[in-house]
Design a protein around this ligand. Structure first.
Ligand SMILES: *[C@@H]1O[C@H](CO)[C@@H](O)[C@H](O)[C@H]1NC(C)=O
Ligand SMILES: *[C@@H]1O[C@H](CO)[C@@H](O)[C@H](O)[C@H]1NC(C)=O
Ligand SMILES: *[C@@H]1O[C@H](CO)[C@@H](O)[C@H](O)[C@H]1NC(C)=O
Ligand SMILES: *[C@@H]1O[C@H](CO)[C@@H](O)[C@H](O)[C@H]1NC(C)=O
Ligand SMILES: *[C@@H]1O[C@H](CO)[C@@H](O)[C@H](O)[C@H]1NC(C)=O
Ligand SMILES: *[C@@H]1O[C@H](CO)[C@@H](O)[C@H](O)[C@H]1NC(C)=O
Length: 568
């Protein structure tokens, strides 16, 4: 065998090198905790894959986003329509042709495209998918009632198709989990002597009081809207929203139901996360029409987060503001996937959408590198330079409306993939120069995009879920919709005056002139958590004056934010 075996193996290797290429060779396959392998999927089972076609015009997209988002640019606010975005990024005709020809060659003819023509969502049998993507082998994984089809082995595509694709979705990445935290242990009661002013947890009136919102600060415009996106079988119930507003909404004008659900709204129990998002975006963005994007596992082979991006690329009239509490470790995603999603956020920015992501609930995070040393662990999309990332704070005295300090869980840090965008260089350098307690430089990448951009309260919220009021709900999933609602209110005032909406917020936020710096309360106390080791001993970065990678620029002071970003 030996003498014959070697040349055969070499020939096979050479042949496969010529014919096919791995598309995401750096995409790890890791079955997350709680998921278990069930079986190899029978060949006749159908599945859906999402193909990300290589776009054109991405350099022009980047400079366009810079112009339309920078208040100092003459093109500020001159956003693209969905059709104009398509003209800019749609794949070249030879790309569309090469991909179609490849798919049709394998009998794949059930594909749906999007308005920007840069994604295809295709339905096929497992046996077809395994022939189309040599190497892939589909298995079923289960977690509780939910199952997904995934390939533990890498996939390839023909060498002549590879340059036309960024990635194929629905093979390796599992739906990311983001759970709100419950801190029931924190119930030690208010300090005696302060009973007159104490509160037992954060409610809409506490949020509105802290951020100086008055009864006048509610939406007026019928065609302004805001949205939150839910993934993973997370449903809200209209009855919970109504009850929440009845209990907590008496001091401000508001709506009591979600106006539009895009996608699939299951009948199951309400999720705490979904209830939280909806109830708080509707409390700061009060009386503004609210949409919920709900992509709860329509098809077990999809990546629900990608499915949401496809909806954005396929809908011309969208809410201007989107709050998303979702994230994954940056190092668990392939470079081509990260780059492409970053381009999708640029597409949204070019259209004037404001996309806010929660910064995560693990502080700086922690990861052991292959050599055994620890480093911090950034989270994505929080680490994208084209989204606005929201961290978390607590009241210094948890029972009083006092100044805010760092919530030790607040996600923050530096990307290892995306370099630091121009808009934040001065602010971040200032922090790096002046922070007295910087972690060792081997723990983070000081040339990367640094986050969060701003913050809000993330501790001890009241939420109504499944008709029950629940206290002590915490996490940046709470602060993100609070900020989103305020941005939607600023948009409301701008639109009423005939001004464009804010769009991608960061260039304006980092570029605020000194007289408008009080648009945010600077949070200067407290550190967030990180690696539990002998070097950093559980501590990540610490808040300080001006911007920091724990609370960003701080928390909104609504009337001043409106003065800074609203109509003159
Ligand atoms: C995008 O919208 C068009 C028109 O409504 C529809 O035909 C198509 O199926 C949609 N694409 C996806 C991926 O859902
Ligand atoms: C907002 O509230 C803070 C205290 O919560 C107060 O110091 C400040 O004067 C208020 N008004 C404005 C416009 O900042
Ligand atoms: C609430 O918004 C609607 C438009 O959507 C507006 O007509 C109404 O006046 C607003 N309510 C209050 C109390 O301002
Ligand atoms: C919102 O309504 C106003 C007044 O009816 C109108 O001028 C404006 O074009 C509308 N804006 C959008 C985005 O539909
Ligand atoms: C781990 O850290 C130590 C001390 O900083 C350093 O000397 C060593 O080279 C690092 N090891 C690896 C594999 O990076
Ligand atoms: C640090 O970040 C830059 C991007 O800003 C990246 O090119 C580089 O590879 C990163 N270094 C490490 C060690 O991850």
């Amino acid at each position: 065998m030996g003498a014959l075996g070697v040349p055969v193996a070499l020939w096979a290797l050479a042949w496969s090198c010529v014919a096919e290429l791995l598309l995401e060779p750096d995409q790890p396959f890791r079955v997350p905790d709680g998921w278990s392998h069930v079986e190899r999927v029978p060949p006749g089972q159908t599945l859906e894959l999402i193909l990300a076609l290589r776009q054109r015009g991405t350099d022009r997209l980047e400079s366009l986003v810079r112009d339309v988002s920078d208040p100092k640019s003459p093109r500020y606010g001159r956003f693209l329509t969905l059709e104009q975005a398509r003209e800019l990024v749609q794949p070249a005709p030879q790309t569309q042709l090469a991909v179609r020809k490849w798919l049709l060659g394998h009998g794949v003819d059930e594909c749906r495209s999007v308005a920007t023509r840069d994604f295809l969502q295709c339905r096929m049998s497992v046996s077809t998918a395994e022939r189309l993507l040599p190497g892939a082998e589909f298995h079923r994984y289960r977690r509780g009632p939910r199952s997904v089809l995934r390939s533990p082995r890498p996939y390839s595509v023909p060498r002549d198709v590879a340059p036309h694709l960024d990635f194929v979705g629905g093979l390796h990445r599992f739906p990311a989990e983001r759970k709100v935290l419950s801190r029931a242990w924190a119930t030690s009661g208010p300090p005696s002597g302060e009973r007159a002013a104490f509160h037992l947890g954060v409610t809409p009136s506490i949020v509105r009081k802290r951020y100086n919102m008055t009864g006048e600060d509610i939406g007026q415009l019928a065609n302004n809207s805001q949205a939150c996106a839910q993934f993973l079988e997370q449903y809200f119930h209209q009855a919970d929203v109504a009850e929440f507003m009845q209990l907590f909404g008496s001091s401000f004008g508001h709506r009591s139901s979600v106006d539009r659900v895009v996608g699939h709204q299951g009948r199951g129990k309400a999720g705490l996360e979904a209830s939280l998002d909806v109830e708080y975006i509707m409390s700061t963005g009060a009386n503004i029409s609210t949409w919920v994007f709900s992509n709860a596992g329509r098809h077990e082979s999809q990546e629900p987060f990608l499915a949401w991006l496809l909806v954005l690329s396929n809908t011309s009239a969208l809410p201007w503001v989107h709050s998303v509490s979702y994230g994954d470790d940056e190092d668990s995603l392939s470079r081509s996937y990260l780059r492409r999603l970053n381009l999708e956020f640029m597409k949204a920015a070019a259209r004037g959408l404001t996309i806010l992501f929660a910064s995560g609930d693990d502080g700086a995070g922690c990861r052991r590198d292959p050599g055994g040393n620890h480093t911090f662990r950034p989270s994505f999309p929080a680490s994208s330079p084209y989204v606005t990332t929201v961290g978390g704070t607590s009241f210094r005295n948890p029972f009083l409306v006092t100044e805010e300090v760092t919530d030790y869980i607040s996600g923050g840090g530096f990307s290892n993939v995306f370099s630091m965008p121009d808009y934040q260089v001065a602010a971040v350098q200032q922090f790096l120069r002046s922070s007295p307690k910087l972690p060792p430089s081997s723990y983070f990448n000081r040339s990367g995009r640094a986050y969060p951009d701003l913050a809000a309260l993330s501790d001890n919220y009241w939420v109504v879920t499944n008709r029950l009021p629940l206290p002590w709900v915490s996490g940046t999933s709470a602060s993100t919709p609070v900020v989103a609602g305020m941005v939607a209110l600023v948009n409301d005032r701008r639109l009423r005056r005939g001004l464009p909406p804010l769009g991608f917020l960061n260039p304006a936020l980092y570029g605020l002139p000194p007289r408008h710096r009080d648009a945010l309360y600077d949070v200067t106390r407290g550190c967030h958590v990180s690696c539990l080791d002998g070097t950093v001993q559980g501590q990540g970065f610490c808040a300080g004056p001006a911007w920091d990678p724990v609370t960003g620029w701080g928390t909104p002071n609504f009337p001043r934010l409106l003065a800074a970003l609203g109509p003159p």
